[in-house]
Unconditional design. Sequence first.
Length: 114
Amino acid sequence: VQLVESGGGLVQPGGSLRLSCAASGFTFSSYAMSWYRQVPGKERELVAFITNFGGRTNYADSVKGRFTISRDNAKNTVYLQMNNLKPEDTAVYYCQRGGTTSYWGQGTQVTVSS
């Protein structure tokens, strides 16, 4: 199993980024996927979740209305569209595969700063 995040970077407050997570080594369409984030000294927190065919999504209250999770099962990729970014969104963002055993990507840094 391999999960590779990309798309992070430095953005000004109010800006947008789209994160991608390319998955391999398993049947992507069989698993729910999630995005988490973590800042130093704090626990990793769930940001967004999507079921295996995208029929249901959930979001942390702090990102509702600003972030959108989606997936393309043909491309084995899950996305996180982040709009109206705030400084408090600064974190390392990880994608995660659910199931009996969790798998994580290496993370991608998102920094929101003027």
